[in-house]
Design a protein around this ligand. Structure first.
Ligand code: GLA
Length: 530
């Protein structure tokens, strides 16, 4: 179908004057989500302009500024106040859409980027991997779309005044593995079993990594009674939990307070207590609860209430089954989560948006976005700067040691996010460094603070239960520099012994300061003992 403005116009102008009529429903093929989470563009065209909406599962976003020029299409998707521009190319009833960087969920590139450190300017590794991806949409109908669904009125939910009781879990930051960073929608029963086997074989379990957490995309539909079922990738969750438990490990799962998860699967909205009971019956040990579409059904100030609702449901289900579940809040650090996360029953809460496997993302989250949050962390309730990217290929080993050191100083949950079925020895050595893990797991539970910053040099200090302290000497720049921790900044006096936790070597004693030459993007992590 094409509209041509004037048949008499010279042939040379036909390309720009004839616009394909895009009216109809265009379903995105090869999407990661199954059929019940269809992604489709509903388009109403007039001449060479069009409007409509994008529907992803239950979520709809308006299309604005739609234009057709010959075979080329541009339009914007409007989400809240944000307009994201898309481009596309038309061939018959097939539209190939280029997603703007950041809108897709990309993976890191190949492993490493050359030597662990060097001089001069390092290769361009600090740039986030390009995330441009394409989407193919096929026209399944040429009918004008029904009007944009009217969103239901949003509910305001307040937390109970008394808060949710502490479940006694996560006295130290949880350790384990999560499927999202590496597998995204490709996680399956088999992957989880293989990773559980690998955690035993590689020594990850014995180093303290206990939770095997299934992230988004396990969810199926609800049965006639509203009970949540797993999808075809997970034929029997109870059997899977039994298997994981038989390896001396624990199993985690994922949901959302909204009707849909971030990947468009079934969420727990209005099924909170029922879902908590189902998970307890399966033998689930850990829940990550991700805000996602809850924004469509709750006002923003409902977050403490919505999280407390599930916190209480988990507590009750745990009490009834004798099987308590760690509760991980994932709402990207919004609405001052540190001030209410523990009261909602949370054992940990995300502090930022999603981490990516590159230096810019990891260092921004770790060095900049955790400042001042230390007052909220302690045994049973932790700040979560997001899962580890160690071993996913977008950073070198020096940067991954910085990632591991900083997360341990921050008393962060240590959830590996790489493919443990084929982990390289250098990566395993970083993840299982027992001296570094001991800092993360220190019983005092104090989160490190930045005690000095001088250009690219930063010093972070974490007091430990035995009266010693962990000190990170970091170089955020791209050339080697000496980094110094002065006793005055550490608020100590007298003679202290230094042990290098990556070199596994005692470095003798000092009386006023300690310094080390630190490679680009690197760390020297010390334990100072009186
Ligand atoms: C959000 C979370 C991620 C991951 C995905 C899954 O983006 O922040 O950690 O759970 O959803 O869809």
């Amino acid at each position: 179908m094409r509209f041509c403005l004037a048949a008499t116009v010279a042939l040379i102008a036909v390309h720009s004057l004839c616009a394909a009529d895009l009216t109809g429903k265009w379903v995105v093929t090869a999407a990661v989500a199954p059929a019940n989470n269809e992604t489709a563009y509903y388009i109403a065209a007039t001449g060479n302009t069009f409007t409509g909406y994008l529907k992803q599962g239950q979520n709809s976003s308006a299309i604005a500024d739609g234009k057709v020029d010959g075979d080329y299409v541009t339009f914007a998707i409007v989400r809240g106040d944000v307009k994201t521009i898309y481009t596309g190319k038309l061939a018959g009833d097939t539209l190939t859409i280029t997603l703007p960087a950041g809108s897709g969920r990309g993976f890191g590139g190949g492993r490493g980027r050359g030597p662990a450190f060097g001089f001069g300017t390092p290769p361009a590794a600090n740039v986030a991997p390009a995330q441009l991806t394409e989407q193919i949409a096929r026209r399944v109908s040429a009918e004008a779309p029904p009007p944009l669904p009217i969103p239901p009125a949003k509910e305001t939910l307040m937390p109970p005044a008394a808060g949710v009781k502490y479940d006694g879990l996560a006295k130290t930051p949880p350790m384990g593995w999560n499927s999202w960073n590496k597998f995204q929608a490709r996680v399956s029963d088999q992957v989880v079993r293989d990773v559980a086997d690998a955690m035993v074989k590689t020594g990850m379990r014995d180093a303290g990594y206990l939770y095997v957490n299934i992230d988004d995309t396990w969810e199926g539909t609800r049965d006639a009674q509203g009970n949540i079922r797993s999808n075809e990738k997970f034929p029997d969750m109870k059997a899977l939990a039994d298997y994981v438990h038989s390896k001396g490990l624990k199993l985690g799962i994922y949901s959302s307070p909204g009707p849909k998860t971030c990947a468009g699967y079934e969420g727990s909205y209005q099924h909170e207590a029922q879902d908590a009971r189902t998970w307890a019956a399966w033998g689930i040990d850990y829940l990550k609860y991700d805000w996602c579409s809850a924004t469509q059904v709750y006002t923003p100030d409902s977050q403490p209430g919505a999280y407390a609702k599930m916190g209480q449901a988990l507590f009750d289900a745990g009490l009834a089954s004798g099987h308590a579940m760690v509760y991980s809040l994932c709402q990207y650090g919004q609405v001052d989560v540190g001030t209410w996360g523990a009261n909602a029953g949370g054992n940990l809460w995300r502090t930022t948006g999603d981490i990516s496997d590159n230096w810019a993302s990891m260092s921004n989250i770790g060095f900049n976005l955790q400042l001042g949050r230390e007052k909220f962390a302690g045994p049973g309730h932790w700040n979560d700067p997001d899962m580890l990217e160690i071993g996913n290929g977008g950073m070198n080993d020096t940067e991954y040691r910085t990632h591991m050191s900083l997360w341990s100083l921050l008393a962060a949950p240590l959830l590996a996010g790489n493919d443990l079925r084929s982990v390289a020895p250098d990566i395993l050595e970083i993840l299982t460094n027992k001296e570094v893990i001991a800092i993360d797991q220190d019983a005092l539970g104090r989160q490190a603070v930045q005690i000095s910053k001088d250009g690219d040099a930063q010093v972070w200090d974490r007091p430990l239960a035995d009266g010693s302290m962990a000190v990170g000497l970091f170089n955020l720049g791209s050339t080697p520099i000496p980094v110094t921790a002065a006793w005055s900044a550490l608020k100590i006096t007298g003679s202290w012994n230094a042990r290098d936790l990556w070199a596994h070597a005692d470095r003798g004693a000092g009386t006023d300061a300690v310094w080390a030459n630190v490679p680009p993007h690197g760390v020297v992590l010390l334990k100072l003992t009186k």
